[in-house]
Design a protein around this ligand. Structure first.
Ligand code: TYD
Ligand code: MG
Length: 450
């Protein structure tokens, strides 16, 4: 038998090299190359649907596909109104965050009027059954298939033709055609490709569960994200019971929609009114705390930003952020110094978004800066104040999207003052909230206490 050759495959981009290197030559990531057995190229790309022909878009009947509603409205919301026939959804998240629980609950609702199947590669049938018992509803009616071999799974799905199938998880499945271990880049890519093909040709909706690496990316190549129609991420602080589910990519709906759940002893429970979830309710105002309104998809969410500024003991002061972008923090501190004359170069700065929520939009800039200033001066902001706004490199406060809705939400939750970008100033007053429009960062700093 010929000696097996190995190649080095990048776990981030799927690129290959013949020799090991510290840096992937394709995507320039460090320490991502792992050794795998070289696969023999096989011609496995037989066309799916016979011969295709060129057609005019206008001649093709664009039927609006009916959605399979999962009955969990927070999940339906992130999916853009439910699952789509023949769609492929990838659900990523840390281990133990509740992916299997959520999907069991969703399948249990779907199984009332649809054919479903749960393929478990991670847990044995007994373990799934044990969990199902805890989730009091009618999970007992879900057909379960404990298997990790792709060919057997494809055959079973082809035979039973379920309308919705869950594969838990893609990293445990392996194909006979490849020699590399389950979870390797080649296997994950091949299995996902085959399952996607099955979904498109048979109309089965496939939900793939994917693991997330320490850095928060889906383990396995990015190609997985390109292959599927929808990518959902489960996030949240493991120490609190709240879980967020976010659409990262969605061919059938809006992205950045947010679903909110709480983990209880009876599985995941929906949180219908999450806007005040991420506030830590202090009995009086404390310094270094500033409340902002972020807009996630169609829903505004109030989040407390906390900052701690402390004299640095080391030559290089620390800049740490949890739930917010670290590089952006360094940039904001430079803007604060240059345009508001408040230096932090001899201070360690830590910022945190309360409740394990991740804020990716720049609308948090102004709140971060005011929290930093408040901590530095050890003086709390005035009571019941919310802060919204992006800060530019020239020290200007830039407008945010849907400013009105954010203000309305803050007003509804009893806030009395709002520091907002000048261009977001509402034409009519909103309730009895006192709106303070600011154009520059220096103005915002002077208006935080008066
Ligand atoms: P699980 O769905 O197994 O996570 P994943 O599939 O993402 O790895 O969730 C497991 C966690 O959820 C575990 O820590 C226990 C907790 N849990 C509850 O708190 N209540 C419940 O009813 C269930 C089923 C799980
Ligand atoms: Mg699981």
């Amino acid at each position: 038998m010929a000696k097996q050759k190995s190649v080095y495959v990048c776990t981030a981009c799927g690129g290959q090299t013949l020799k090991w290197q510290g840096q992937c030559p394709h995507c320039q990531m460090w320490n991502t190359l792992t050794e795998t057995v070289a696969e023999k190229p096989a011609s496995r790309f037989s066309p799916v649907s016979g011969k295709s022909q060129v057609q005019n878009l206008s001649e093709i009947e664009a039927l609006e596909e009916p959605r399979y509603v999962t009955g969990i409205s927070e999940l339906d919301r992130v999916l853009g109104g439910g699952l789509v026939r023949g769609g492929v959804v990838l659900l990523g998240g840390d281990p133990g965050i509740g992916k299997s629980t959520l999907l069991l609950q969703a399948l249990s609702n779907l199984s009332m009027h649809r054919q479903v199947m749960y393929v478990s590669g991670e847990e044995s049938a007994q373990q799934v059954a044990l969990r199902a018992k805890r989730l009091a509803s009618n999970v007992q009616t879900i057909p379960l298939f404990a298997e990790i071999q792709l060919e057997t799974i494809l055959a079973t799905l082809g035979e039973h033709k379920p309308e919705v199938a869950v594969i838990d998880s893609i990293q445990t499945i392996y194909s006979e055609a490849l020699q590399s271990a389950p979870g390797s880049v080649a296997q994950v890519r091949e299995c996902a490709a085959q399952l996607t093909r099955l979904a498109k040709s048979s109309g089965t909706t496939v939900i793939l569960v994917g693991h997330v690496t320490k850095e928060g990316a889906l383990a396995g190549p990015r190609v997985l994200e390109h292959m599927v129609d929808t990518v959902l991420y489960f996030e949240g602080d493991m120490h609190s019971s709240f879980r967020l589910i976010r659409a990262f990519k969605n061919r059938y709906g809006a992205v950045n929609e947010l679903g909110v759940f709480a983990m209880s002893e009876k599985g995941l429970r929906e949180v219908r009114n999450p806007s005040a979830l991420f506030l830590s309710h202090h009995d009086r105002q404390v310094s270094g705390s500033c409340i902002m309104v972020t807009q996630e998809g169609t829903r505004p969410l109030l989040v407390e930003i906390q900052a701690l500024v402390d004299e640095a003991r080391a030559p290089h002061p620390k800049r740490l952020s949890v739930g917010l972008e670290q590089n952006r923090l360094a940039m904001l501190l430079a803007v604060l110094h240059r345009h508001a004359g408040i230096p932090c170069f001899d201070q360690d700065v830590f910022v945190n978004a309360v409740g394990g929520v991740k804020i990716t939009e720049p609308g948090a800039d102004l709140a971060i800066l005011l929290a930093v200033v408040s901590s530095l001066k050890n003086k709390p902001l005035l009571e019941k104040t919310v802060v919204i706004g992006e800060v530019g490199l020239a020290g200007e406060v830039r407008p945010v999207q849907r400013g009105q809705e954010r203000l309305k939400e803050a007003e509804k939750l009893g806030f009395k003052r709002a520091i907002i970008p000048l261009s977001n100033k509402p034409k009519l007053s909103i309730g009895d909230i006192d709106v303070i429009p600011v154009g520059r960062i220096s103005e915002a700093v002077t208006r935080m206490y008066v």
